[in-house]
Design a protein around this ligand. Structure first.
Ligand code: GLU
Length: 508
């Protein structure tokens, strides 16, 4: 295989969405698997869609996920600049070359001319709706005007575009690594604009020229670009670059969690999950969107869940937890599916939970201490780590650790209504008063000892565990959830436990 050089080529038109993240990730994994290069190229030729801050956001997001870049304007590289607006000087010559070789032509049609063409085709109910082989000869371009008139218009600085001259009636059979053969009929394609007289190339021209100059070996991108593949192939052919043309792989769509169609930002808003990796504030609308980072996802978990959107390890393996390093070893484009991949927000939470459970309590303690601080509570590391150990199997996110433990520091002032209805019975007050007596007499307040003492008492008096321990838990924590109740008692200590039960009896 030739040296693997792949690029992630986002346009800075907004926050990086999940489809973009997945494209970046698969490019990265492919590069690492083949000891190749992962390149970041910013495709900002469409200045009308430029959004300030978007480029920085993309770079920050890739860093958060842990996708280190081998070549870009920031890290450098032999093939820079890596931002298309800084490569403007390069494209003119290539557009010119296509015109000179008869593969492209100048078109001087005004927006009004194009509108007339569109209306005319509509009135004729033509199956062709665009500027292309069937319509170009009735338009204002260098093919119909002739060389002299064209030169005159160019000299007069009449605005123009350069269009690709789509061959008529050619049947193409192209190759996609994921999808196999892709057939296309050029008579159904149009003469795309490649270059505008303001000196800016369009996406198609810039993309092909840059992939060629940057020696890109594989183009891995979203399915929405599949319809452009025939044009891209024809551009390589017209330039005489077929021998070094990259291989193509078009990734499947990420689908809505419910219903059909592509996952959109609206689905996230509607169903309450983030669609961007990091916090994003839209500079135009001021709309603020929470990212996976703020939602409490660990970058490793986020990377893991994204990797499985459209890829699996094959061989009927059911493994779902993969480190980045592991993925870099086993990722193949052959194991990417053709079919769209349903986005599953619940499963994503599960992924995060797996990573949370694997993390050492000392590491989780850092999050715990930070969140406690926000509530004005100072906790030392050893205690934070111990509590993380107690509550972590109930948590999906780092923020849950403090939420689930807050009652260890702050006595409840309210009691969960539903729990109260279910567990606070006429005999509860008496049982709690008796429990207070037992607690008062207990010297060794370790979880184990407390468990032995209460077990004996409950058994010897034909009481049930639920009848004693549920109301006790309610008074200690404000609701009936949390770790083992004797661990809670030990953690709170004798004095505080008794105080909470006494206060609870009065206030509930
Ligand atoms: N700039 C294009 C995008 O934003 C890149 C498409 C490609 O990878 O060729 O999706």
């Amino acid at each position: 295989m030739r040296e693997v050089r792949v690029r992630f080529a986002p346009s800075p038109t907004g926050a990086l969405h999940l489809g973009g993240v997945r494209t970046a990730l698969f490019n990265y994994l492919f590069a690492r698997k083949h000891n190749g290069k992962f390149i970041l190229r910013i495709e900002d030729t469409d200045q009308t869609r430029f959004v300030p801050g978007a480029e920085e956001y993309i770079i920050k997001s890739l860093a958060w996920i842990g996708l280190d870049i081998d070549e870009s304007d920031i890290v450098g590289g032999e093939y820079g600049p890596y931002k298309q607006s800084n490569r403007k000087h390069l494209y003119t010559k290539y557009a010119q070359q296509l015109v000179n070789d008869g593969f492209a032509y100048y078109a001087f049609d005004t927006p009004e001319d194009l509108e007339v063409m569109r209306k005319d085709l509509e009135a004729k109910k033509s199956s062709i709706q665009s500027y292309g082989p069937a319509t170009r000869m009735s338009m204002k371009n260098s093919l119909t005007l002739g060389e002299e008139k064209t030169k005159q218009l160019l000299d007069e600085n009449v605005p123009y575009v350069i269009r690709f001259k789509m061959p008529e009636n050619e049947k193409l059979v192209l190759k996609d690594i994921i999808r196999g053969e892709i057939k296309a009929d050029t008579s159904l394609l149009d003469d795309k604009v490649l270059y505008k007289s303001d000196g800016m190339p369009t996406y198609h021209l810039a993309n092909i020229v840059d992939d060629h100059l940057m020696k890109i070996s594989h183009v891995i991108r979203g399915e929405e670009w599949l319809p452009s593949l025939p044009l891209h192939y024809l551009l390589y052919r017209s330039f005489g670059w077929l021998d070094t043309m990259p291989e193509f792989a078009h990734l499947p769509l990420i689908l809505k969690p419910d219903g059909k169609g592509k996952l959109s930002k609206r689905d996230g808003d509607r169903l309450g999950f983030p669609v961007f990796p990091l916090h994003w504030e839209d500079p135009k609308t001021g709309e603020v969107s929470k990212g996976y980072e703020e939602a409490g996802y660990f970058p490793e978990a986020f990377l893991n869940m994204m990797a499985l959107l459209g890829w699996n390890p094959g061989n009927n393996s059911t493994q779902e937890i993969f480190t980045k390093e592991e993925l870099c070893k086993i990722f193949t484009l052959e194991n990417v599916h053709k079919a769209g991949s349903k986005f599953d927000p619940e499963k994503n939470k599960w992924f995060n939970k797996q990573y949370l459970e694997l993390k050492p309590n000392e590491e989780l303690a850092e999050y715990f201490i930070e969140d406690a601080k926000k509530d004005g509570v100072t906790v030392d590391k050893a205690k934070a780590a111990k509590l993380c150990g107690l509550v972590k199997d109930r948590c999906h996110f780092s923020h849950d650790l403090w939420k689930e433990s807050k009652y260890f520091f702050v006595a409840p002032t309210e009691y969960n209504e539903a729990n109260k209805k279910k567990f606070w019975k006429p005999e509860s007050e008496d049982l709690m008063n008796k429990s207070i007596e037992i607690l008062k007499q207990t010297e060794d307040f370790s979880s184990k000892n407390l468990e032995n003492i209460f077990t004996d008492w409950i058994n010897n008096n034909q009481l049930s565990f639920g009848k004693v321990l549920n109301p006790m838990r309610l008074l200690l924590a404000g609701e009936c959830k949390g770790p083992h109740i004797f661990d809670i008692l030990e953690e709170l200590g004798k004095e505080e436990s008794i105080r909470r039960i006494e206060t609870g009896i009065k206030n509930i």
